[in-house]
Structures are given as structure tokens and as C-alpha cells.
Design a protein around this ligand. Structure first.
Ligand SMILES: [Ca+2]
Ligand SMILES: [Ca+2]
Ligand SMILES: [Ca+2]
Ligand SMILES: [Ca+2]
Length: 290
């Protein structure tokens, strides 16, 4: 069993716990546009959640979770303990693409290791057709999902707690563009031994807003994991003249741990929405003498 877990972050509330074993649901994760973002940093995501409230049979609730996956990933979406937890709930599960179209849906499935009843839903071997965002919806019988995240049959039987186990999503990072020493500094090589700071521009694009970066998560250097941040500019600036504001951050040169063979720098971080990203840039290191 490899149930290493994931961190979930909601806008503005960083709750980094990359080594936690399970992630707690964060309400409100409905309707579908308000889905909770899951950070994929392990091949198994393990989420503890509740439909409605324990101790109450009729509290209207739907749960949505979004993750970023790669084309070809073979993903299993497994409800455990819907029956058998604090309060039995007969779950339904669906997975939507980025256009909120239902791609797969299941109500009841054969009993597996984490389930004591066929009422626990399960989608097996869902092959991601494209790289991008997918949303998992969890509902209670008989509220089957429609496209758009709405449901058929508003009345339902019961609420209860469950565990959602999503496996098979390959941990991956959104790739973004960075520029080390941006601007007209073509001949301004980095000297690994010098003190001082290295400016790095994180470039915005149609699909990435650099100003939405959670600055506290930024790491930069020879491997990308170096804790080297000094500070970022308060306001964005358009360093590459494409009309979009970019974020310029400054990193301590020595903490970045470059050496004379370093030719590439890596920056990693998360957005305030929880998306993990990475950027690589050419490094103009002073070449070693031969
Ligand atoms: Ca819920
Ligand atoms: Ca909910
Ligand atoms: Ca199960
Ligand atoms: Ca069911």
C-alpha cells in the first residue's frame, strides 16, 4: 500500500501538508465551479469527505474535486466506507472533463478492500483522453449527475461520510516560462560564488497568471528545490512586452547552489489555487576554465 497523500489548498488558505496521509474535504466544494483543487504530488490521492452532515439524514450537499492529469493516465476513482462509516450513504461517482461533460459515472460496484457494500461507487480504468483538468463529483443515490454538474432526482435517501481514493494520476507539474535575469542582460552571467541576488521573471501566458502565484511556495536553483527566495516585486511588470503582467522575484545566488557546470535553473511553486508548476530557464554561468 502506498497511500502517501496530498496537500490541498484553497484560495488564500495555505494548508501545506505534503506528507499527510489523507486530505480533508473543504466545503463548500459545490457547485462544480467551486470544486476543491487536489494537488497531485503522489500517485494516490486519499480524501476524507462527508455528503451532508453526520447525524442528519437530509442536508443537501454535492462534493466536487478537481485534479490535473496527463493524457493516457489510467485512473481509478474508488469510494470506500460510504457504507460502514459513521453513517451509511449510498454513493454515486462521476468524472467530468474541463467542459463539465460527464465522461464516466457509477453507482454500485463489486465489494473491494475498502468497501463492505456494493453501494460504494467505483470507476475503474478511466483513461484520461487529454492532459488537463478533470473534476470528480460525488453524490448520493438516486441523484445521478448530468453534464454541467447538475443532478437528476432532487430527493435522496441519506447523507454520510466516505473516503474517495483516486489512483493512477501521474504526478506532474504544469510547465511555465521563466526568464533568469530578464531584460537586456544577455551578457550577464551568473557566478556561483558571488553574493547577491538573481532576478527571475515568471511569465504569464493565456493559461497561467503569474500574479496568482503563492510566493511563499517558490523554490529556485540548481535542482528547483532550493529554498532561496528573497522577495518578489509587489506589482507585476511586463518583462517580455506581450501585454501580460509577469512576476519578478529575487533569489539569493548562493542559496541557489549553482556550480560551474550549471546551465539550467529550475523554479517550482504552487499557485494560490493549488496548482503545482515548474519553469526552467537558461543560466548564463561563467564557464569553467579548461
Ligand atoms: Ca461534502
Ligand atoms: Ca459539498
Ligand atoms: Ca470501494
Ligand atoms: Ca451507490
Amino acid at each position: 500500500m502506498n497511500l502517501r497523500a496530498l496537500a490541498i489548498t484553497l484560495t488564500g488558505t495555505m494548508a501545506l501538508s505534503a506528507n499527510a496521509w489523507a486530505v480533508e474535504e473543504q466545503e463548500e466544494n459545490h457547485p462544480i465551479a467551486s470544486a476543491q483543487t487536489l494537488v497531485v504530488d503522489s500517485s494516490v490521492m486519499d480524501i476524507d469527505a462527508v455528503l451532508g452532515e453526520i447525524g442528519s439524514s437530509r442536508v443537501d450537499d454535492l462534493d466536487f474535486f478537481t485534479f490535473y492529469g496527463n493524457a493516457g493516465d489510467v485512473v481509478t476513482l474508488d469510494i470506500d466506507g460510504g457504507y460502514g462509516g459513521s453513517q451509511n450513504v449510498d454513493t454515486i461517482i462521476a468524472v467530468f472533463d474541463a467542459d463539465q461533460t460527464v465522461l464516466r459515472m457509477n453507482d454500485d460496484s463489486p465489494v473491494d478492500d475498502g468497501s463492505i457494500s456494493t453501494a460504494d461507487a467505483r470507476v475503474d480504468n478511466f483513461v484520461l483522453p487529454t492532459t488537463g483538468y478533470y473534476t470528480v463529483g460525488v453524490s448520493n443515490f438516486p441523484r445521478y449527475f448530468k453534464n454541467g454538474g447538475d443532478i437528476y432526482y432532487a430527493s435522496y435517501v441519506a447523507n454520510g461520510d466516505y473516503r474517495l481514493v483516486i489512483s493512477g494520476v501521474s504526478p506532474s507539474m504544469m510547465q511555465v516560462s521563466i526568464e533568469v535575469k530578464p531584460g537586456n542582460q544577455v551578457f550577464s552571467p551568473i557566478n556561483p560564488k558571488s553574493r547577491g541576488k538573481v532576478p527571475v521573471a515568471i511569465l504569464s501566458s493565456d493559461s497561467f497568471d503569474a500574479l496568482g502565484v503563492d510566493i511563499s511556495t517558490l523554490t529556485f536553483g540548481a535542482t528547483g528545490d532550493e529554498d532561496s527566495l528573497s522577495h518578489c516585486g509587489k506589482n507585476g511588470e511586463d518583462v517580455n512586452d506581450d501585454g501580460m503582467l509577469d512576476l519578478v522575484c529575487h533569489f539569493y545566488n548562493k542559496k541557489a547552489e549553482f556550480n560551474y557546470e550549471s546551465m539550467e535553473a529550475t523554479l517550482r511553486g504552487r499557485t494560490q489555487m493549488g496548482t503545482v508548476f515548474e519553469g526552467r530557464g537558461f543560466l548564463k554561468v561563467v564557464p569553467a576554465k579548461r
